[in-house]
Design a binder for this molecule. Structure first.
Ligand SMILES: NC(=O)C1=CN([C@@H]2O[C@H](COP(=O)(O)OP(=O)(O)OC[C@H]3O[C@@H](n4cnc5c(N)ncnc54)[C@H](OP(=O)(O)O)[C@@H]3O)[C@@H](O)[C@H]2O)C=CC1
Ligand SMILES: CC(=O)C(=O)O
Ligand SMILES: [Mg+2]
Length: 760
């Protein structure tokens, strides 16, 4: 195995405080529930509730299948736990499991657009647990059991499968088994081994381990070549201590009694036990080109670094995202349920699981297309020892796995709805993916490959320091902290941030050796605009925005982020005194509004109050350029209150004129207008104007004026539940980003990354 180079690893490490802050920020926890129908008028209420609701009630009573048409059931999965085996942390109780279960629910949504709710059940009594869950069937399209200890989980799952007519799936068993089996198939292929003669040891004999062993036996692994171990050592035929029927079913005929003896000469080791369970001696004693899956979470049985020190011929996988080859059930459960729900499967059977295994294994062997490279930290992986399984952010998973699962459900007769056009289904699945996540991932990755020095102009503020810490921790570059060292240190101490490590540089404007050069630069720029030398002196000495922007202008930093302590337009004026527009460009602000899987760029949300037609055309060009740089094919709508001349008015006239200017400039992107926002965004409404030149709903909206741009994005954010990033400043000669006052640390670090990206 090649050296595990820390620089090659995605940086996902977070501090304890960051993890707590993340969960506490805004609305505590990670989930909320939103209605999908309007609830505004008396009529809406009459339809949604009494009397209208009685109609679907009667329809469902007459035909239960119609519940999939009239309620959220068909896209809703419950994540249910009693907290008796939370990751590898043990039995910490139902309540403590809630962060993990909320996490699984949001992963369902994020990766496969499955709605999910977590239910924590406070009982360790198997019958009580079963009784609680069995009656929940009508509410859900599927049940995902999580982190329930063995052997209780086996009884719970099999009884619930009998009692319920929807899929009941214990993720730690089958999710893990599916991913491990896919990784194993590929590792066997790479090491030239045959399934039937390979010798495997599995350490752990709980939920995950038993399911893994059962699945690989079902796939053709020879039972006599598998040895299972637990805390008491090898599970051999005749052993009585610490046994149960599930362990007995896999008891081996062997003289080996300890894990160490079992691992001697083994081809494959699965770790589904606990941190640190594998020693150097055990790893050394394995066969040539051993396959080591150390899957315990959060810490593996042995780390890839430790293995690399012992031998260089191993294929190594862990359950973690910060090493290559992450064998983790997150690659499975969202997509397996997606496929099962889409055909209204009554269960998830072996055929569906094996279909998922094959789809996953095959995906890792395929070439990684350009638009997927970002998910791989910018490196194009090639099927091999360091890449035996796709990564969770691989956008191909959403179409590949559900299609295979749905097809297998149909063929094995457990589907209650048949999909005939599988290619169309695959396209629909891809459309469920929100492109912004991969856009941001790719942006971060590009910065990580060419780290940048970003000056955080307001480093005495706590949320700015937190953002700077995150910037440095994510290896995006050096965070230059501008401010008085004693104040920055005091804030850092209060916030529990350790600045005494690489990635930070403190710059104090009062004692910087660069002050004179900065004053000269600023004075040269401003002397013919009414500024005296002492005005330039005052600005550099006393004003952090001028100091920071001048640092960037003179190349002492690659970019800058500011905006927490001063309103946007003031901060922009400060910056503009020091930095010009890029030649041939116009400085504008573009906001990214992300809503329900859709991303639109809105411009100009920062600079031009009442743009002229010429300026509107420039804004369209700048915004389309940003959209293109972020991986979108721009479709620009020039917005107004009117559509193609009706009703007429002076403001709309200006927008129409801007379209003519774009015509004259022969720009190389789609644009049209003037049009109202619903025409721009709604395909059906747009169809009423068959001459419209846009090939689909617009993704870049050029607003007729600053007030409409600002009002609409803020309304989207407050009322429409959109996430708004920006305004992102474009058109400046050097990368500077300004956050809104009161921005959170996560917003600030996004803007710092965008500034760094702009400079790459
Ligand atoms: N990567 C992934 O996707 C997943 C990883 N896991 C990880 O697998 C581990 C087990 O989870 P799960 O099966 O749900 O838990 P269970 O509680 O059901 O089973 C734990 C098993 O591990 C055994 N065990 C514990 N410590 C040791 C040890 N030092 N040596 C040998 N055996 C040991 C136990 O032995 P005994 O029977 O004697 O008590 C038991 O058989 C956890 O670390 C979990 O994070 C789980 C699911 C998914
Ligand atoms: C990944 C997971 O589900 C576990 O470690 O329990
Ligand atoms: Mg789990």
């Amino acid at each position: 195995m090649p050296d595990i180079n820390k620089k090659d690893r995605p940086v996902t490490s977070v501090t304890d405080q960051e993890a707590l802050d993340f969960h506490a920020m805004g609305r505590p926890g990670k989930l909320e529930i939103n209605p999908t129908k309007p609830m505004a008028t008396q009529r809406d209420l009459s339809l949604a509730y009494s009397p209208g609701v009685a109609v679907p009630v009667k329809a469902i009573a007459a035909d239960p299948q119609t519940a999939y048409d009239y309620t959220a059931r068909g896209n809703m999965v419950a994540v249910i736990s009693n907290g008796t085996a939370i990751l590898g942390l043990g039995n910490l109780g139902a309540l403590a499991s809630k962060p993990v279960m909320e996490g699984k629910s949001v992963l369902f949504k994020r990766f496969a657009d499955v709605d999910s709710i977590d239910l924590e059940i406070e009982t360790e009594n198997v019958d009580e647990f079963i009784n609680c869950v069995r009656f929940l069937g009508p509410s859900f399209g599927g049940i995902n059991l999580e982190d329930i200890k063995a052997p209780d989980c086996f009884v719970i799952e099999s009884r619930l499968r009998e009692l319920m007519d929807i899929p009941v799936f214990h993720d730690d068993q089958h999710g893990t088994a599916i991913i491990a089996a896919a990784g194993l198939i590929n590792a066997l292929e790479l090491t030239g081994r045959d399934l039937k003669t390979t010798k495997l040891v599995c350490n752990g004999a709980g939920a995950a381990a038993i399911a893994c062993v059962e699945l690989i036996k079902a796939m053709g692994f020879a039972p006599e070549n598998i040895i299972l171990c637990d805390t008491k050592g090898v599970i051999y035929q005749g052993r009585t201590e610490g046994m149960n029927q599930w362990k007995s079913a896999h008891a081996a005929k062997t003289d080996a009694r300890t894990l160490e003896e079992a691992m001697n000469g083994a081809d494959v080791i699965f770790g589904l036990s606990q941190k640190g369970a594998f020693s150097a001696k055990m790893i050394r004693s394995m066969a040539d080109r051993p396959i080591i899956f150390a899957m315990a979470n959060p810490d593996p049985e042995i780390t890839p670094e430790e293995v690399a020190r012992i031998r260089d011929d191993a294929i190594m996988a862990t359950g973690r995202s910060d090493y290559p080859n992450q064998v983790n059930n997150v690659l499975g459960f969202p997509y397996i349920f997606r496929g099962a729900l889409d055909v209204r499967a009554s269960t998830i059977n072996d055929a569906m699981k094996i279909a998922a295994v094959k789809a996953l294994a095959n995906l890792a062997r395929e070439d990684v297309p350009d638009d997927v490279v970002a998910a791989y930290q910018g490196n194009r992986p090639r099927f091999g020892p360091q890449y035996i399984i796709p990564v969770p952010f691989d956008p191909r998973l959403i179409s590949a796995i559900p299609v295979a699962v749905a097809q297998a459900a149909i063929e094995s007769g457990v589907a209650r709805k048949v999909i005939t056009d599988m290619a169309g289904y695959a396209r629909e699945l891809s459309a469920r993916r929100d492109p912004i996540a991969s856009t941001l991932a790719s942006l971060y990755e590009r910065v990580r490959r060419r780290p940048k020095r970003i000056v955080f102009a307001e480093a005495e503020e706590e949320q700015v320091l937190r953002a700077a810490m995150s910037y440095a921790n994510q290896q995006l570059g050096t965070a230059i902290l501008l401010g008085r060292e004693d104040l920055i240190q005091a804030t850092a101490e209060r916030a529990g941030i350790d600045l005494n490590r690489p990635g930070f540089e403190i710059v104090n404007a009062r004692i910087s050796t660069r002050v004179e050069a900065y004053i000269d630069y600023l004075y040269a720029r401003l002397q013919r605009h009414g500024y005296l030398h002492r005005d330039a002196q005052r600005l550099i000495h006393n004003d952090r925005n001028h100091f920071a922007a001048t640092m960037v202008a003179l190349g002492d930093a690659d970019g800058m982020v500011t905006g927490i302590t001063r309103n946007y337009s003031t901060a922009l004026e400060d910056v503009r005194r020091c930095i010009d527009a890029k030649p041939g460009h116009r400085v504008i602000g573009v906001s990214l509004a992300l809503c329900r899987g859709r991303t639109v760029f809105v411009a100009d949300t920062a600079v031009h109050d009442m743009p002229t037609a010429e300026e509107l055309a420039d804004i369209a060009e700048e915004a389309a350029g940003l959209a293109r740089r972020m991986g979108y094919q721009p479709r620009v709508a020039m917005l107004a209150y009117s559509t193609f001349g009706h009703p007429s008015g002076e403001r709309s006239e200006r927008v129409r004129e801007a379209v003519k200017i774009l015509d004259r400039r022969r720009v190389d992107f789609e644009y049209d207008g003037e049009m109202a926002a619903d025409v721009a965004l709604n395909r059906k409404v747009m169809e009423q104007y068959p001459f419209c030149r846009l090939s689909g709903p617009a993704n870049v909206l050029v607003m007729p004026a600053f007030h409409s741009a600002s009002i609409s994005t803020k309304m989207l954010q407050e009322l429409g539940g959109s996430t708004v990033i920006g305004p992102i400043l474009v058109g400046l000669d050097k990368p500077v980003q300004i956050t809104s006052m009161g921005a959170k640390d996560s917003d600030i670090v996004n803007m710092a990354a965008i500034a760094a990206y702009g400079g790459s």
